[in-house]
Unconditional design. Structure first.
Length: 285
């Protein structure tokens, strides 16, 4: 693939950003579709975020993704924000308009929903869901589950004030968010149809997730948004007892689709070949 002076440009801003797999993801799609474009890592410290975002139109960028720690702070810089980003209080995708304005959106909701749909297509949203954690990822997951029609979400977190803030911000008349203390995480699984780990527990170089699955019905689906390692201890334990499991790689892949379509004019797909290529990048980390 040749990059010319007319190449379409996008990237990802973070601090740090070297760990991001987004350049590999978008690079795969660019090559697959033969697009004259580039997607690059942009290391931007927090104090220069607004300056960097406002420079995107002048530099000819079509937009960018945002990762830690920029997702919440970017809201104040946007000219327009979509309803998903407003609901969860975080932006992960920026599109530069033809007039140079910045529009922020949150595609993590889409990414989680599509990953769950792909990994457990017959999952029934009428049952209760247990969400572990109350950070930014949990907000996207709760919003996605609410949109899918889940009526009861049991939110389990160490810091109760964070769980209370999430419940308050995402409360709707059609959903019952029940807050449980971290000490009650095992009993919260009783009768649940879905369990989602949104914490970093179980991630490589992080403490393990200590969770007894004995009360979880065998019919329940277990999701871990962690993808390093791809099969976390939680997923391995759930698989051994007969539960269906969904790993976190698919959420990463699917959340990139809307941004790529907006920046490069082509709607990409998540395919087995893409998953294989991304797994190879994880193996080389």
């Amino acid at each position: 693939m040749q990059i010319t002076g007319a190449a379409r440009l996008a990237g990802i801003m973070g601090w740090p950003v070297a760990h991001s797999r987004s350049p590999a993801l978008h690079g795969f799609w660019l090559a697959e579709h033969g697009i004259d474009g580039a997607y690059v890592p942009l290391a931007v410290p927090p104090e220069r975020l607004e300056q960097a975002l406002r420079a995107l139109p002048a530099l000819g960028f079509r937009g960018c993704n945002l990762t830690i720690p920029h997702k919440p702070a970017a809201i104040a810089v946007m000219d327009r924000i979509d309803s998903f980003a407003r609901r969860v209080g975080a932006i992960n995708t920026v599109v530069v308009g033809s007039d140079g304005t910045l529009e922020g959106s949150n595609t993590d909701i889409f990414g989680f929903r599509e990953n769950l749909r792909e990994g457990a297509p017959d999952w029934d949203p009428s049952g209760a869901a247990v969400v572990l954690g109350a950070g930014g990822a949990a907000r996207s997951v709760v919003a996605a589950l609410s949109d899918a029609g889940v009526r009861e979400i049991r939110l389990v977190n160490r810091t109760m004030s964070h769980a209370e803030a999430l419940s308050r911000d995402l409360a709707q008349s059609t959903i019952d968010i029940v807050i449980r203390p971290w000490s009650a995480r095992a009993t919260a699984l009783r009768g649940a149809a879905l369990v989602v780990n949104t914490t970093s527990l179980g991630m490589e170089h992080e403490p393990p997730l200590d969770l007894d699955l004995a009360a979880l019905p065998i019919e329940a689906v277990v999701v871990d948004i962690v993808y390093v390692p791809l099969e976390t201890a939680l997923l391995a334990a759930a698989k051994r007892r007969g539960n269906r499991v969904v790993d976190g790689l698919g959420m990463l892949l699917h959340q990139g689709r809307p941004g790529f379509a907006a920046w490069f004019g082509t709607s990409p797909k998540v395919t087995p070949a893409l998953r294989t290529a991304m797994l190879a990048t994880l193996a080389r980390r």
